[in-house]
Write a protein that binds this ligand. Structure first.
Ligand code: FES
Length: 249
């Protein structure tokens, strides 16, 4: 593999991808936390340039009609795009000033968290336990949710195992829930959350979750240890705001 120098990493910010041309290919170099990704600079829905796209939770959002794509895999996460974005490279960038754990929610992230918290309230999806990844952005999301749903502090717990957890690890966390809890809400990260939803939900609804999207899954079983594909009874997804993930039995 050879490296092509396309410019200084410091020019790429969370809110401003860098549009570059490499050997005739038009690429957008995008930052998410301390990772940099090079993806095709052309939305697969209708060809819009992604040079002015917003970036949230390792997803790039087409500025024209709002389709979300996973930066790691290129997968189209929301309509109107269905074809994946071509991905070319990724690299870790050490930002001396801020680690991925410390990165806060941007203004749009705060608004999305508030909107989703209100939606949870409207749907009467009030958890008996809220587990939150220790990253600053998910902690902020958890605080917003707890405030809107009037959850007492004893029902809100930070769980280090949720930070960038895989689908398998997220499932283990949910399966370890005690018998006194029937409604669990987990605030964690893509791609693990999306991958778990794709594993649990029937094929027709198996697209990934956009940033701050909500997926509520009801299971028909007596114990959390038994949750899995075979026990799924009902699924509800909300994608206006964009990873809140909720499981309940
Ligand atoms: S051109 Fe990108 S979503 Fe339509």
């Amino acid at each position: 593999m050879s490296w092509t120098d396309v410019g200084p990493a410091a020019e790429v910010t969370d809110s401003a991808p860098l549009a570059v041309e490499v050997e005739g290919l038009h690429l957008a170099v995008v930052r998410c936390g301390n990772m940099l990704y090079a993806v095709e600079d052309r939305c697969t829905h209708d060809g819009e340039s992604l040079g002015a796209a917003q970036v949230e939770d390792c997803q790039i959002i087409c500025p024209r009609h709002g389709a979300h794509f996973c930066l790691r895999t290129g997968e189209a996460l929301t309509p109107p795009a269905y074809e994946p974005l071509r991905t070319y490279a990724d690299a870790r960038w050490q930002d001396a000033d801020m680690s991925d754990l410390e990165r806060p929610l941007n203004r749009r992230g705060v608004a999305a968290a508030e909107a989703m918290a209100k939606r949870l309230l409207e749907l009467e999806l009030v958890p008996e336990l809220l587990l939150v990844s220790p990253a600053r952005r998910t902690q902020q999301t958890g605080e917003i949710v707890a405030q809107v749903l009037s959850l007492p502090p004893r029902l809100v717990m930070s769980d280090e195992g949720l930070y960038l957890a895989s689908a398998a690890d997220l499932l283990k966390v949910a399966q370890a829930t005690g018998p006194r809890v029937s409604h669990l809400l987990i605030v964690a990260h893509n791609p693990g959350v999306s991958e778990l939803v794709q594993q649990l939900v029937p094929e027709a609804e198996a697209s990934g979750l956009a940033t701050a999207a909500l997926c509520s899954i009801a299971f028909e079983c007596d114990h959390w240890t038994a949750i899995g594909v075979a026990a799924v009874k009902d699924v509800m997804r909300e994608t206006p705001a964009r990873g809140i993930f909720r499981l309940f039995s």
